[in-house]
Design a protein around this ligand. Sequence first.
Ligand code: S3P
Length: 168
Amino acid sequence: MGKNIVLVGLMGAGKTTVGECLAEKYKLIFTDSDEVIERDTKMSISQIFAERGEAYFRELEKTAISMLSSKNGRVISTGGGALENEENIENLKKNGVLVYLKASPEILYKRIKKQNHRPLLQNEKPLETLRILLQQREKNYLKADIIIETDDKTIEKIVDEIGELCKL
Ligand code: S3P
């Protein structure tokens, strides 16, 4: 079995949606690191942030990513903050091709504005938060092996591009 395809990028980048379609098209197993955390803790991400704090969530995320990095041939969707930890980047790269789903803050905002499950965006100025996070985090997203611009593309087009670039 081949390397994992690891989707990275900010909240709203489409990691989960694209990941599910990609996995379906190429008959691969899809795993979302946030879902692993929710399943293992029996808590939602919002609950973990509220009751245990972000630092605790980041520890859980590190454990989930380390476990997922030992798998093969999967499509893995990561949380938007996953690459802020150097150990996560190393683990994910060991056995995976990292694909950065790149989008502008305006488009990210459009995609997430009706959702309320992301603790970091539950504030007065979510668009501003996305701008700041992108500025802080993009240097790490750019460490990905493949960068896909997603602003004007359909899910199908993005999936096709990943399939081609990763030779699936
Ligand atoms: C986070 C992104 C979320 C989730 C958590 C923190 C972040 O995942 O891991 O709310 O720090 O950007 P998505 O990118 O899948 O929304």
